[in-house]
Design a protein around this ligand. Structure first.
Ligand SMILES: *Cc1c(COP(=O)(O)O)cnc(C)c1O
Length: 403
C-alpha cells in the first residue's frame, strides 16, 4: 500500500481518538511552523505549552546530537550522567532533594499519587487513603490520574475506577475545610488549572490548602506539568506563590518537545519508594535528560525568565486591544505565557471557532474547554512574532465576528 502522506491518511490508519487540523506541519523554527504546502504559521501554542524554547532551538538540537552519538539507552539497571546532572540541577533550583524521572506528565503524577499512598500506609496504616482533587482539574490520562482529574468526560466509560478519590470546587476554602480530615492522604492540584480554563488558585486558597495539609498530615502535590518549566515567569509556579508542596510534578516544557517528566520531592518522603516499589523502562533516558538539561540551562538564564513577564504583558495587551475592537472576551487572564481569553456572553461555547479561524489565518493557538482560547507560546518568542501572531489572530476574530 502506498498512500500519499496526507491528512486523509490519518482516518485510514490511526485510532480516531484525536481530530487533528486539516493541514500537516512538516518543519518548525523558533515560533514559526510550515505545513506540507509551504504555508507558514506563527506558533502561539508550542504543542500544548511544551515547546518552551520554540522549535529546533540550537541548544536542544546540539544536546540531542551530542548525546545521540554517545549513549541512547541502558534502562535503570544502570544510572547515567545526563540523568544525574539533570536531577542535580532540579534539586539545586527547587525545594526538592530527590527526583524520579518518567516520560510523561501522567506518569509523573501516577508516581506522585503512588508515593503519597505509600507514605500514608507506612506512617499511619490502613484507612488514610483519601485523595482530594478539584473539579475541572487535569492530571493526565492513565486510569488513576484521569480519575483524580475532575472531568467525567475523560474518566467515565472505562469500568470500575480506583477508589478513595473526592472532588471539590477549586478555590473554595470552605469546601476544603469541610472535606479534609486525618483520613486525607494527599491533596492534588494545579497551582493554575490549565485544561480546566486557565484558572489561577487564589493566594488564600493555595495557602489554606498548605495549612490544612500540614495540620492533617496530608501531602500536598502540585501538578506543575503545565505551569512549570518557566511558563509563569518563575521556574515553577509554587515559587511565585511562595507555597511549597511536598511533591511536585513536571513534564511538558521540561523537555521542550522531547518526552520527559519528573516527580520532585523531599529526601524524607522519597525514602518510602524503596527498591522495586516503582519504576519505568525509559524513565531517566539519557537522550531525554540531555535535552532536559539543555532546556533548563536556557530557562535558568536570568534574561529568559525576566523576558517572560515582558512578553506576557505584550501578548495580553494585544489581546485586550483586539477585544476592545470586537467585544468577544469577558477577560484575558492567566500568568506569564499561559494566558486564556474567556468568551463573553455572546460567544459562549465558541472558543473552538476562534481556534479554527486562527489556524486558517496562519496562527496556531489552543482552547481550554469550550469557553477559553488559550495561548502558550515559546518563552523566547520575539516581539515581532508576537505582533505578527496578534495581527493574524485579529483577522481570525474579525472573521468569526462577521460570520
Ligand atoms: C498535560 C498535562 C498532564 C498530562 O501530561 P501528559 O504528558 O500528556 O501525560 C498532566 N497534568 C497537567 C496539569 C497537564 O497540563
Amino acid at each position: 500500500m502506498t498512500n500519499p502522506i496526507t491528512r486523509d491518511l490519518f482516518d485510514e490508519v490511526m485510532v480516531p481518538n484525536y481530530n487533528p487540523a486539516a493541514m500537516v506541519p512538516v518543519r518548525g523554527e523558533g515560533s514559526r511552523v510550515w505545513d506540507q504546502q509551504g504555508r507558514d504559521y506563527i506558533d502561539f501554542a508550542g504543542g500544548i505549552a511544551v515547546s518552551c524554547l520554540g522549535h529546533c532551538h540550537p541548544a536542544m538540537v546540539n544536546a540531542l546530537h551530542d548525546q545521540a552519538g554517545k549513549l541512547w539507552h541502558l534502562s535503570n539497571v544502570f544510572t547515567n550522567e545526563p540523568a544525574l546532572k539533570l536531577a542535580q540541577t532540579l534539586t539545586d533550583h527547587t525545594f526538592a532533594e530527590r527526583v524520579y524521572f518518567a516520560n510523561s506528565g501522567a506518569e509523573a503524577n501516577e508516581a506522585a499519587l503512588k508515593l503519597a499512598r505509600r507514605v500514608a500506609l507506612d506512617r499511619f496504616g490502613e484507612g488514610k487513603d483519601q485523595i482530594i482533587a478539584f473539579n475541572q482539574g487535569f492530571h493526565g490520562r492513565t486510569f488513576f490520574t484521569v480519575t483524580v482529574g475532575g472531568q467525567k468526560a475523560y474518566s467515565d466509560g472505562f469500568g470500575p475506577k480506583p477508589g478513595g478519590i473526592d472532588h471539590l470546587p477549586f478555590n473554595d476554602v470552605e469546601a476544603l475545610r469541610h472535606a479534609i480530615s486525618d483520613r486525607t492522604c494527599a491533596v492534588m492540584m494545579e497551582p493554575m488549572q490549565g485544561e480546566g480554563g486557565i484558572i489561577p488558585a487564589s493566594d488564600e486558597f493555595i495557602q489554606t490548602v498548605r495549612e490544612l495539609c500540614s495540620k492533617h498530615n496530608a501531602l500536598l502535590i502540585f501538578d506543575e506539568v503545565q505551569t512549570g518549566a518557566g511558563r509563569t515567569g518563575h521556574l515553577y509556579a509554587y515559587q511565585k506563590y511562595g507555597v511549597v508542596p511536598d511533591i511536585l510534578t513536571s513534564a511538558k516544557g521540561l523537555g521542550g518537545g522531547f518526552p520527559i517528566a519528573a516527580m520532585l520531592t523531599t529526601q524524607e518522603l522519597a525514602a518510602h519508594l524503596k527498591i522495586g516499589t516503582h519504576g519505568s523502562t525509559y524513565g531517566g533516558n539519557p537522550l531525554a535528560c540531555a535535552v532536559g538539561q539543555a532546556v533548563l540551562d536556557e530557562l535558568l538564564k536570568p534574561e529568559v525568565m525576566a523576558g517572560v513577564a515582558a512578553k506576557s504583558a505584550r501578548l495580553k495587551a494585544g489581546l485586550e486591544a483586539i477585544n476592545a475592537k470586537y467585544h468577544v472576551f469577558s477577560e484575558v487572564r492567566g500568568m506569564g505565557l499561559l494566558l486564556g481569553a474567556a468568551m463573553n456572553d455572546d460567544y459562549q461555547g465558541r472558543a473552538r471557532d476562534f481556534l479554527v479561524a486562527a489556524t486558517a489565518n496562519g496562527l496556531m493557538c489552543l482552547v481550554a474547554g469550550t469557553n477559553v482560547v488559550r495561548f502558550t507560546p515559546s518563552l523566547v518568542i520575539s516581539d515581532a512574532e508576537i505582533d505578527q501572531g496578534l495581527a493574524r489572530f485579529e483577522q481570525a476574530v474579525a472573521q468569526v465576528v462577521n460570520g
